[in-house]
Design a protein. Structure first.
Lengths: 346, 327
């Protein structure tokens, strides 16, 4: 039986920390401060970082990724080598990863701390890359004796909020788990409400990743599964409203789709739980994904209600709710009232 | 037959450290493993004092052939349970995990019209084939006594002891009658506590209480620590109010099965996080199972309401413990 990428079984075994100062492009006098040895981990620290990784990957800003073969970033092969060698040389591979980040960063990137961890899920190797952006005052001190950073200091910085916005990536070897994706990433810079891009500098330029599933496929699945859920609701008028809401949501001027956001903005409390459970049964993640309406474009333009007496109402643009008042009558029938001028008869 | 006191003293000087070590080992084993039966009894151990050993040998020698080696209670393990029905669970546990003989169920030995001290006594030795005792082969022949009683039986036994009840001959009949009347109350109390416990478990009207009674054994089993009842009642009351009527019913109906299905996962969460119970006190409270259940089944009922009553970071922590699989 194939092993599962069960986050609950994460165990962190090795960790190394590199410090990346802020610098301008081409500024050769500033170099990354890389550890020459792994940091020491206590059981408490292992659990602390495990929690942080899981919390990040459980957020609605996390999604599955694949390494993009057309991307120049060396991170894919550095990570793959690390996993295949069972972390034979964390210092060398992590330093190369840190240098990659340092080189592609330009002045507008905040100074950062790169924490690279090797561990196991269900006895198979995993690589975790954690990027923290730190305040100016939050300086790490390289221990001159061990030539490594104290990971306890990183924890303290995280707890005292002296580090901002962190980004997390977890990579696995596909063959170990019989999966088709390479990992999962979360970037707190993805602002779901501000409708920013899901694929960020961290994910694309640094890690060399792309969303695991093509956005047009994810969007189509989201649309189809959400419609399927709406059709499980008995109340026809509510069903019509939700379908129209779905069309409106999909057509919003944003670059993402997010079922969590759809549920929060449109569904009644009593339907939210069922909707989430429905999508999870379909193995569709309840989190943000890049949007591409290419495959469903024709379906979302029109909203049609067909009555049993063969009368149909077709609405071409959104806000069906405002244009047609539908009401459930005591005898079980539905009354629809359209108040407008007749534009065309055919 | 006479007793060579010096010889017994010398023997006990040599044996006492062994029995003391064995006592610690056995008590720790029982405390840890019995939690699987969803009870958290008080377990204590004590090697016999030299004086008691000598007195007992002398007393027994009046009745039969008896010497130092005949003594099977040089080490006493005492297990004190809350409810009388727990005694049955302990009985099963002891028979499974120890070599037991000379088992005395004192209650069974009493005629219906007799009242007396009742508890279960076992002469036992360790099973070296068990993982926990594998490296303790040197103690495999040491016999010790395990006494199992309820809190009421324990209270009675202690009080009666201080009233010198055992020396019946010295008590005047009217006083003796008063002692026996008291003893009957302890026995009735045990039965009543047990009956009330069962009734509360099945009580359909008080959901918070029903839920707590369903879950307290589970927290004993997994966390192996006791919990704060007041906190549980307060928290469960709030959590229940987050849920709709249908959701509340589903919770009560399915929580046992949810825990059973996820037993392995729950076990590993508790084992892994035992070192930081102090950082996550919620983990040692029975309501943790309710939150996990709701996160799986009624996510929004919990998530949308949590911040009205609790700290958001606490929910994030609980969610992190209940991590999911990437599919």
């Amino acid at each position: 039986m194939a092993k599962k990428v069960d986050l609950q079984t994460i165990s962190i075994e090795n960790v190394i920390v590199h410090d990346l100062p802020k610098h301008k492009k081409g500024e050769l006098s500033i170099l990354p401060n890389c550890s020459e040895k792994e940091s020491k981990l206590t059981d408490g620290l292992k659990l602390f970082f495990k929690d942080k990784v899981i919390q990040a990957l459980a957020s609605d800003k996390a999604f599955k990724v694949s390494f993009d073969p057309d991307n120049d970033s060396p991170v894919s092969y550095l990570v793959t080598d690390m996993l295949k060698s069972n972390c034979a040389d964390l210092v060398t591979s992590s330093t190369a990863i840190a240098k990659q980040l340092f080189e592609i960063q330009v002045g507008n990137n905040a100074s950062g701390i790169l924490v690279i961890m090797f561990g196991k899920i269900n006895s198979c190797g995993i690589c975790i890359i954690l990027k923290l952006e730190r305040d100016q005052g939050a300086q790490l001190k390289l221990d001159p004796k061990t030539r490594s950073y104290n990971i306890e200091e990183v924890k303290d910085l995280m707890l005292t909020q002296k580090t901002k916005i962190y980004k997390v990536a977890l990579f696995v070897l596909k063959a170990d788990f019989s999966v088709k994706f390479d990992g999962m990433v979360m970037d707190y810079q993805i602002d779901v409400k501000a409708k920013k891009e899901v694929v960020t500098f961290f994910i694309q330029k640094f890690l060399g990743c792309k969303p695991f599933e093509e956005p047009k496929i994810t969007t189509q699945k989201f649309y189809n599964y959400t419609r399927a859920y709406i059709f499980t609701i008995a109340d026809d008028i509510l069903k019509a409203k939700y379908l129209q809401d779905l069309n409106s949501y999909i057509q919003k001027n944003t670059t993402i789709i997010n079922p969590r956001e759809f549920a929060d903005d449109y569904l009644k409390s009593s339907h939210k739980n069922n909707y989430k459970n429905f999508l999870e049964e379909k193995k569709f993640r309840f989190s943000a994904s890049p949007k591409d309406i290419h495959l469903i474009n024709n379906k979302i333009k029109k909203f049609i209600v067909v009555f049993e007496n063969d009368v149909a109402i077709i609405s071409n643009k959104g806000n069906f709710d405002n244009k047609v008042k539908m009401e459930k009558l005591d005898n079980g029938l539905t009354r629809a009232v359209v108040t407008s001028k007749i534009k065309k008869l055919q | 037959m006479s007793i060579n006191i010096q010889e017994v003293a010398n023997l006990w000087k040599e044996d006492e450290p062994k029995y003391t070590e064995l006592g610690g080992l056995v008590a720790a084993f029982i405390k840890k493993e019995i939690a699987a039966y969803e009870i958290l009894p008080e377990v204590t151990h004590r090697p016999k004092e030299l004086l008691s050993i000598i007195k007992k040998i002398k007393k027994k020698q009046r009745e039969k052939q008896y010497n130092y080696d005949s003594l099977n209670d040089k080490l006493g393990i005492r297990i004190v349970c809350t409810f009388i029905e727990d005694l049955e669970k302990v009985d099963t546990f002891l028979k499974e995990n120890f070599n037991t003989k000379n088992i005395e169920y004192k209650k069974e030995a009493l005629d219906f019209d007799r009242l007396d001290y009742i508890s279960n006594h076992y002469d036992a030795s360790i099973k070296t084939e068990l993982k926990a005792f594998k490296s303790w082969d040197k103690y495999k022949d040491l016999v010790f006594e395990i006494q199992v009683r309820t809190l009421n039986q324990h209270a009675w036994s202690n009080t009666a002891h201080s009233l010198s009840y055992k020396q019946e001959a010295e008590i005047a009949p009217p006083l003796k009658r008063r002692v026996y009347r008291l003893l009957s109350l302890y026995e009735i109390a045990d039965d009543e506590f047990s009956a009330v416990n069962k009734a509360l478990l099945a009580h359909p009207d008080n959901r918070v209480y029903s839920l707590l009674r369903k879950l307290e054994g589970k927290i004993h089993k997994f966390a192996q620590v006791d919990f704060d009842r007041e906190t549980s009642l307060y928290t469960l009351k709030i959590l229940i109010n987050f849920l709709s009527e249908d959701e509340q019913q589903q919770l009560l109906r399915e929580i046992d099965e949810f825990i059973r299905i996820n037993e392995g996962k729950i076990q590993s969460i508790f084992v892994e996080n035992q070192i930081r119970y102090h950082e996550i006190p919620f983990l040692t409270q029975p309501e943790i199972f309710v939150v996990w259940f709701c996160l799986e089944k009624f996510f929004f009922s919990i998530d949308d309401n949590w911040e009205n009553e609790f700290d958001r970071s606490e929910l994030e922590q609980i969610q992190a413990l209940w991590a999911k699989t990437i599919e």
